[in-house]
Unconditional design. Structure first.
Length: 475
């Protein structure tokens, strides 16, 4: 017990060097402050604790501290300990930033209406903390050890019940694999398909470039399917692709639901060819003006891989997603993921509790009402202030598509950026390079992103830009 007091200190990495211990320690502390490694206000270990860690006399550390206090690098107050002083001449930490490219701004926009993000300020922190406390209190000790590569059984069981009830998914907890978001799940599926010898995947003409880049990096060729008012034309699928990646309940970003004839066609294609349908149900909870469209997986659980995440309903930073796998591929995907779970057990346990307690349903319903009010406000404001702009894809989700006059997309984006508003065009990011469809000038506008206090300001700037004839007139 002679050294038990040392456990009450804080760790500090120092490498004193020089002709004497006192000077070496003083120089090392001064450099740690000057370089920014120890920022103003940082509390240092006690002289006794640091002396024990460094294997030197306590008086040497106390003298070094006193020297730096006298020079103004440190402050020492009774009851507050020794801290790094404010106002010291620190160098900026890390490498120098590269200057922004010509035509760009170095600061973040004041407002953001890019698609793909929820309002993270509305994350239910209090309820999440309550669920975390309940979940961790009830969890067995081995829940915090290396776990099943499929993920915690508590979460897989809760998801099976929720997805069956809310999305019409036929889910068995044994065939659910937890992953760190959609891209992680798609990566695992890509590795599984490549191990089978597959080299081609069909995709929608419009979607997210990061998903196409992930498939391309895995070695896949892609075939882009046509898209019209009935959704992706699955009748154009031919033998060859090992899978097709679809957003059938709410096509991203165009917003149309896949027609029932085309849903049947893609299931028939998968059954005939032995291919898989990869269903991205990216915002399945958010429906406003139409009856909920059930998951495609419910029609064909043996042919469809269902992928969902908590990124839109809760927050992207949770990095929690899930795959409901057909029996024929469940073991292969699990093997690709590895021997142990790679997603954090505490968050998995908390989400399981959030689902089973009803807190998730309450949060989703509240979010759905808030996002619907935003969508209604957006549509009404544009109708009143920029009536020439056509709004589409409004029945569901967290974004709309605004059709612009030909040739105006880039002018609109630049004009918005100059006013502090970040927006994104339909092309080039959202249109596959091989797509045969003609790309209209349009914005993919996310109304879920801003916090409530920023929503009206973002909407005002958007309407200003779209109502300006100098910006939107065809030239």
């Amino acid at each position: 017990m002679a050294e038990s007091w040392a456990t009450l200190g804080v760790d500090l990495h120092l490498e004193p060097a020089g002709p004497g211990l006192r000077r070496g320690l003083t120089d090392a502390l001064r450099e740690a402050v000057r370089s920014g490694r120890l920022v103003p206000g940082t509390r240092l270990p006690s002289s006794r604790s640091l002396a024990a860690d460094l294997g030197i006399a306590r008086n040497t550390v106390a003298d070094a501290f006193a020297d730096l206090v006298a020079e103004g690098w440190l402050t020492a107050r009774q009851g507050s300990g020794t801290r790094v002083a404010t106002g010291v001449p620190a160098l900026p930490p890390g490498p120098r930033r590269t200057p922004p490219a010509a035509g760009t701004t170095a600061h973040r926009p004041a407002y953001d209406l890019r698609a793909g993000f929820p309002d993270v300020s509305a994350f239910p922190r209090a309820e999440w903390l309550k669920a975390a406390r309940r979940a961790l209190t009830a969890a067995p000790h081995d829940a915090l050890s290396y776990g099943d590569p499929r993920g915690r059984v508590e979460l897989r069981t809760a998801l099976a019940a929720y997805l069956a009830r809310a999305r019409g998914v036929r889910a068995d907890p044994e065939r659910i694999v937890i992953c760190a978001g959609f891209s992680h799940g798609l990566s695992l599926l890509g590795r599984m398909l490549r191990a089978r010898g597959a080299d081609t995947v069909a995709v929608e003409s419009y979607g997210l470039d990061e998903h196409w880049q992930l498939l391309a990096a895995a070695g896949f060729r892609m075939r882009a399917l046509p898209l019209d008012e009935l959704g992706t034309d699955t009748g154009k699928l031919t033998p060859g692709p090992a899978a097709v990646l679809l957003t059938p309940s709410h096509q991203f970003p165009m917003g149309v639901a896949l027609h029932h004839d085309r849903r049947a066609a893609v299931v028939d294609w998968a059954r005939r060819t032995g291919a898989l349908v990869l269903e991205d149900d990216y915002d399945g909870e958010f429906r406003y003006d139409r009856r909920p469209v059930g998951a495609l997986q419910g029609l064909a659980p043996d042919e469809v891989v269902y992928l969902g995440t908590a990124s839109k309903s809760l927050a992207p930073g949770l990095r929690l997603g899930w795959m409901v796998l057909p029996p024929a591929v469940a073991e292969e995907v699990t093997a690709v993921k590895g021997d142990v779970d790679t997603c954090g057990a505490p968050d998995q346990l908390t989400l399981a509790e959030f689902l089973t307690s009803g807190a998730y349903d309450r949060h989703v319903r509240a979010s759905r009402s808030r996002y619907r009010r935003r969508r209604d406000g957006l549509v009404a404001a544009l109708a009143a202030r920029a009536p020439a702009i056509r709004v589409t894809g409004i029945a569901a989700g967290l974004h709309v598509v605004l059709r612009l006059p030909p040739g105006s997309q880039e002018r609109v984006i630049r004009a918005a950026a100059e006013r502090g508003l970040a927006i994104e065009g339909l092309t080039p990011r959202h249109r596959h390079p091989d797509a045969a469809v003609q790309a209209p000038d349009a914005l993919v506008l996310g109304y879920g992103t801003p916090a409530d206090h920023a929503w009206s300001g973002a909407l005002d700037i958007l309407c200003e830009v779209l109502a300006d004839p100098a910006v939107t007139d065809a030239r």
